[in-house]
Design a protein around this ligand. Structure first.
Ligand code: ADP
Ligand code: MG
Length: 692
């Protein structure tokens, strides 16, 4: 249960006075649904409004707060702006407005009244003026306006003044919480308490206080990193604590499987398999991550590990995030296992009735050596005779709960999680804690590299003509439409429009797939493409990770300049999977900025996911890498695993010590740490605490 002290923070933003549905939607889009999300939305800049000169003293463009008397209104029209002539005792100045309603301005700035007006001063024909003041207030509000104000990132439907007001209302609700930090660390770093630090970051007094190494920002970043590392450490501890069993295969099935493969394992595959087998053979319980690009050959490594379990007279399970992926794994694995005389079964949510009963019986009595499926595998009535190894594919798509439900279906079950998102070495700790990692950093040989080219959007017609010829030759093509900032609707509209255009040109065999479609509907379109019933598939960026259509050889990415490197890499990975030469066309709209140019050049030069991840990090800084699902990192709000790299290392150590000394979080600090876990929504870790 969440500690009562956190209740106010976890109320919806609509609990704030003056926040109706409209505003609540905007705040949710900007920061998140709850008050805790709003107060975690940090300023990115500041405006100093303390400069309060007389009008006659103004001699350069600057921010200023003026005390003015309103003299007259001059409505504009025909391209001329609306002007409000004001003055103080030294000189006059015009406030200038474009596209405004006169009655509204007359109410804001009544003739003869005195007002405080704050904003940016410009010079026009040598005279000072202020266009669209940021604030217009009664003179009595001098104290409030003549300060340094934080600047926040905004979203449609929110003005700085509105957000500022909501933020202040939210900050008032922030409770005092028990201190979870190590007193010694806190003292050495000179950090304040959590509440004080939070309110300080929202009241920056200098540019320096906006930097990641400002003490208040450091403190909050550390809290976040510690919450994450502690959750990972607790989950790992829970996994290991229940004790492992040595699973040692004879190597017979493995040898037969390898002999049956039309290729030799790469060095990276052999190394990874060796690491996995060593873990399985030890009496410690395995928790290992197998990281490798799409197409790096993770499936065969997983299969060989599963065969060790079968050799030992035990069973293995492989869980995939979608039905389509589960079917694909099943097809690959069953083909090999059939020859070895190992029974493999497939279980998805679709299996019902007698077939399902029969299958579950075979799993329960041990006739089935390997069970492959979706999260249907964790259903309660799925029981194994003796499960020894659980493999989880695309692990970021599953929660910790699903993984642990699967590993709970046997005694001391070893866990192998697979991810197709290469992340830079320096960020592995941030993402996974100190989980054991095997990397497939070497592509299977014999792949023809994907011919990657950039094409300016002005030549889209030529691209389409080229596709016409390719379709004539039997090609299968992906066409990816770009993400449009802040609006799923316009993404979809763009994809629909492109779909309509391509359909008009190429006819019925053009499909559309997007994020608003339901799972089964999406699977159906994907299958139609995989089976060759569609030649061309228009997609928003939802193309399923890991989906394998070896016949697809052309990938068109529209507005490639809008995509991040990791994303471009993932998308391109959809092609170049078969024997035929593949092409990726990066269609861009110029002029390209420096970074966009470099991104496109890197993606043209290499297909090595780990290298691309490193370059991505170099180009963007972790700050931008965060929050993008493709990065494989959690969504940090305060921490930047690169700039706070030193804190990350300390947090990882701190977490390890805590779990060693107080695994149930029962001490005084332990209790406070529970609050920290809830504060950062790591609740699931709390449920894995050792009880008593
Ligand atoms: P991943 O799961 O990592 O995306 P897969 O396991 O699906 O990759 O492998 C991609 C393709 O490469 C498969 O068709 C597989 O048969 C093939 N493959 C795997 N290992 C090798 C190898 N060592 N040499 C040649 N081809 C390989
Ligand atoms: Mg795979």
């Amino acid at each position: 249960m969440r500690p009562p002290s956190l209740e106010t923070l976890f109320q919806p933003v609509s609990a704030l006075a003056g926040v109706g549905t409209h505003l609540s939607k905007a705040l949710t889009r900007l920061a998140g649904p709850e008050i805790v999300d709003l107060v975690s939305h940090l300023p990115v800049g500041l405006i100093d409004r303390r400069y309060m000169p007389k009008v006659a003293e103004l001699d350069h463009a600057c921010m200023a707060t003026l005390e003015l008397t309103i003299e007259k209104h001059e409505p504009g029209g025909r391209g001329r702006p609306y002007k409000v002539r004001c003055r103080d005792e030294t000189k006059f100045i015009d406030l200038v407005f474009f596209n405004v309603r006169g009655p509204y301005l007359l109410k804001q700035l009544p003739i003869g009244a005195k007002r405080l007006v704050s904003g940016k001063i410009d010079f026009f024909h040598g005279l000072p003026q202020m266009a669209h003041p940021d604030a217009i207030l009664p003179v009595s509000e001098r104290e409030r306006i003549a300060t340094i104000q934080p600047v926040y990132r905004l979203t449609a439907g929110l003005t700085p003044a509105m957000l500022d007001k909501m933020m202040r209302a939210a900050l008032v609700r922030v409770p005092e919480l028990p201190e979870w930090q190590d007193q010694e660390l806190k003292r050495r770093r000179g950090w304040s308490g959590w509440r004080e630090a939070l309110s300080a970051v929202h009241r920056p007094e200098s540019e320096a206080e906006l930097l990641p190494d400002a003490p208040a920002r450091q403190r909050l970043a550390y809290d976040e990193l510690l919450a994450h590392q502690l959750a990972l450490a607790l989950i790992r501890e829970q996994h290991r604590r229940s004790g492992g069993r040595p699973t040692l295969g004879s190597g017979k099935l493995k040898a037969a499987a390898i002999a049956a493969l039309p290729y030799a394992l790469t060095g990276a595959q052999q190394r990874a398999l060796g690491e996995i087998e060593r873990d399985m053979a030890s009496s410690q319980r395995m928790l290992r991550l197998l990281q490798g690009d799409v197409g790096s050959g993770k499936t065969i490594v997983a299969l060989l590990a599963m065969l060790s379990a079968v050799e030992a007279g035990r069973q293995a399970a492989l869980m995939a995030p979608t039905e389509l992926l589960a079917r694909q794994h099943f097809a690959t694995i069953d083909l090999i296992c059939e020859r070895l005389g190992v029974r493999v079964d497939l279980l998805t949510g679709r299996d019902k009735g007698k077939r399902r009963d029969e299958l579950l019986t075979a799993v329960a009595d041990g006739r089935a050596g390997i069970l492959i499926g979706t999260h249907a595998l964790v259903q309660e009535d799925v029981a194994f005779a003796d499960l020894a190894l659980a493999v989880v594919d695309e692990q970021h798509r599953f929660g910790v709960d699903e993984r642990s439900q699967l590993t709970a279906k046997g005694r001391g079950v070893d866990a192998l999680v697979m991810s197709a998102t290469p992340i830079p070495r320096s960020l592995t700790l941030a993402a996974y804690g100190d989980m054991d990692v095997s990397r497939l950093d070497q592509k299977p040989p014999g792949r023809t590299p994907v011919d990657t080219r950039t094409v300016p959007i002005e030549r889209l017609d030529e691209v389409v003509d080229g596709l016409d010829r390719a379709i004539g030759g039997g090609a299968r093509i992906y066409w990816v439409c770009p993400l449009i900032e802040g609006s799923d609707d316009s993404d979809l509209a763009a994809a629909r429009e492109r779909h309509a255009m391509l359909r008009a040109r190429f006819g019925e065999r053009v499909g559309l797939i997007h994020g608003r479609m339901k799972g089964p509907e999406r699977d159906a379109v994907m299958s139609a493409f995989a089976e060759g019933a569609l030649d061309l598939l228009v997609a928003t960026t939802v193309i399923e990770v890991g989906v394998d259509v070896p016949e697809a050889t052309i990938m068109v990415i529209e507005h490639a300049e809008r995509f991040g490197l990791a994303q471009l890499h993932q998308l391109r990975g959809r092609v170049g999977r078969g024997r035929d030469k593949s092409t990726c066309l990066l269609v861009y709209a110029g002029p390209l900025g420096e970074t966009a140019r470099e991104r496109l050049s890197i993606i043209r030069k290499t297909e090595d996911g780990f290298r691309i991840a490193e370059e991505d990090l170099r180009l963007r800084g972790a700050g931008d890498l965060l929050g993008t699902r493709q990065s494989g990192l959690p969504d940090f709000r305060f921490a930047d695993p690169i700039r706070h790299g030193d804190l990350l290392a300390i947090a990882a150590d701190d977490a390890r010590l805590i779990v060693e000394r107080d695994p149930g979080l029962t001490s005084g600090r332990g209790q406070a740490l529970r609050t920290l876990l809830y504060l950062f929504r790591r609740d699931q870790a709390v449920r894995y605490l050792r009880s008593g």
